[in-house]
Design a binder for this molecule. Sequence first.
Ligand code: DX5
Ligand code: ZN
Length: 235
Amino acid sequence: MSSPMGGSEMPAAGGVVKIAPSILNADFAHLADEVAAAEAAGADWIHVDVMDGHFVPNLTLGPPAVKALRRVTRLPLDVHLMIEAPERFAPAFVDAGADRVTVHQEAGPNLHRVVQGIRELGARPGVSLNPATPLELLDEILPYVDLVLIMTVNPGFGGQHYIPTSTAKIARLARTLRERGLTHVELEVDGGISPATAPEATAAGATVLVAGAAIFNDHGSIAENLAALRRAATR
Ligand code: DX5
Ligand code: ZN
């Protein structure tokens, strides 16, 4: 699918895992520069964490920020809505230039409606599960989404530790997607992804790794951090 900037969403070469830096840990005073550095370093998508202070105990940003990001990058904008009643705001994020909009299974009773609405507006819908939510709750929605986002921390904050039991959950979802012939569905993993945890998430079947603190930190440049994550994820 073409982004509003005209960039295209190419599959990662040779089935290599995609890396989606989360801007949550970026320097918001220099967001355009941070995103440009991630793009130059080979990031595949830009992950945008939207929090409403209700679904999660934190507040972040809204459609105007996505609109501003749309002007400064050709990368697909992967918008993760950690908000209640996502049907109220999903259209504004698509309008602002989101290529993908992912909503939480736990966020409301109208999951199928909101997923279909996102697709009708021209973006790719995804569904996310919190760590304690069983995979079985996805049974009916899987044929309607382009992406499943498995939270490997409790959503709300960057820089948390990967929950170890997540790896088995990723592997079970990967098997379900294969068995149901849904191999086009991206299996995105989000939370605590670093060079230490990326190998197990990737080996279990993740196709997209979100990383915030591992990319935007004081230890290395964005390029160095992204390269280290890619090496760890593909070895
Ligand atoms: C957590 C967000 C994540 C998070 C990732 O609520 O959905 O995208 O920012 O950050 P790290 O990689 O620092 O766990
Ligand atoms: Zn996220």
